[in-house]
Design a protein around this ligand. Structure first.
Ligand SMILES: O=C(O)CCC(=O)C(=O)O
Ligand SMILES: [Fe+2]
Length: 310
């Protein structure tokens, strides 16, 4: 069992025949059914943007002052521009240890104060180039997410609009994360992230070149595969909402991070998620039979108003 590499370039090429596009879509489809993880190459994003993202993130974590980090820390909803999810935080738990800063799509709404999910991003000033680089990166990944949903629709034989109408205003989340280096002789379980599946549709993960930190649960439910970075490729995985849309046919696979190197690891997940108002419900033809719950709006799942039984 391994994590397949999918070359997406022919799907993005407007001169490709329908047959060739279908072939790419079917390769993606197979990876999502069998593994829930794949490496994406041929995505059309310039590798220099990847290195710029990684170096901006590293600069923030290693050189921004404590005061600056404190100034942009996550604030609870109802507190000014705060909304529980945007900004800087340090996680130090028995099962997780990292620092991160999160940015989400900003939606037109009344406020401040803001309700959960609807606040304003808090951008670091260190380094100065971080914001423009992250915004450029986000624009590319939003477009890529929409294109991959088109391929999924083709492979699953559902109308393109079924997915397109649910992701054209993706309530995305961009996370810059730093897993601390673990000096020799210290507890090797302090830097990492507990076992979980991702929440949304599709995660695009960019990491620095540390190996062995990200582990993916194999389909046999026992073995852990290392999802080591492949130069120039994005690590992609399916989230719970797409698993619901596809009636569980696409797997939102469990994974975890255990970082044991002595150096800090930079990891940048971009969570391509449904529109704020998208309906979360099985959309394939055989929905009734396998449905695990009634349809709800993504915003209710995101804010925790409704616990979706996935
Ligand atoms: O840092 C990684 O390799 C993965 C992080 C992750 O799984 C997540 O943030 O959901
Ligand atoms: Fe994850």
């Amino acid at each position: 069992m391994h994590i397949p590499i999918i070359d997406f370039s022919a799907f993005l090429d407007s001169t490709s025949s329908d047959h060739v596009k279908l072939e790419v879509a079917k390769n993606l489809d197979q990876a999502c059914r069998e593994v829930g993880f794949f490496y994406l190459s041929g995505h059309g994003i310039d590798p220099s943007l990847f290195s710029d993202m990684l170096s901006n993130a590293k600069q923030f974590f290693t050189t921004a002052s404590t005061e600056e980090k404190d100034r942009i820390k996550v604030r609870p909803s109802g507190e000014g521009t705060g909304d529980d999810s945007r900004g800087y935080r340090v996680v130090e738990r028995a099962d997780a240890g990292y620092e991160a800063v999160d940015f989400l799509r900003e939606i037109e709404t009344d406020g401040p104060p803001y309700t959960r999910g609807l606040g304003r991003n808090q951008w670091p000033q260190t380094p100065e180039s971080l914001r423009s680089t992250a915004e450029e990166y986000t624009t590319h990944l939003e477009t890529l997410g929409v294109a991959i949903m088109k391929a999924f629709a083709l492979a699953l034989d559902v109308p393109e609009e079924t997915f397109a109408s649910r992701v054209d205003q993706s309530f995305w989340q961009l996370r810059l994360a730093a897993y601390p280096g673990v000096p020799e002789g210290l507890d090797q379980t302090k830097s990492g992230l507990y076992q979980h599946s991702d929440f949304g549709i599709l995660t695009f993960l960019l990491t620095d070149d540390h190996k062995g930190s990200l582990k993916v649960l194999a389909p046999n439910g026992e073995d852990w595969l290392s999802a080591d970075p492949v130069p120039g490729a994005l690590i992609c995985n399916i989230g719970d909402m797409l698993s619901v849309w596809t009636d569980g046919i696409y797997k939102s696979t469990q994974h975890k991070v255990l970082h044991t190197s002595q150096d800090m690891r930079i990891s940048i997940p971009f969570f391509f998620d449904p529109n704020w108002n998208a309906r979360i419900e099985p959309v394939l033809g055989n929905a009734e039979k396998k449905s695990k719950g009634e349809g709800v709006n993504y915003k209710d799942v995101f804010t925790g108003a409704i616990k979706y039984p996935y």
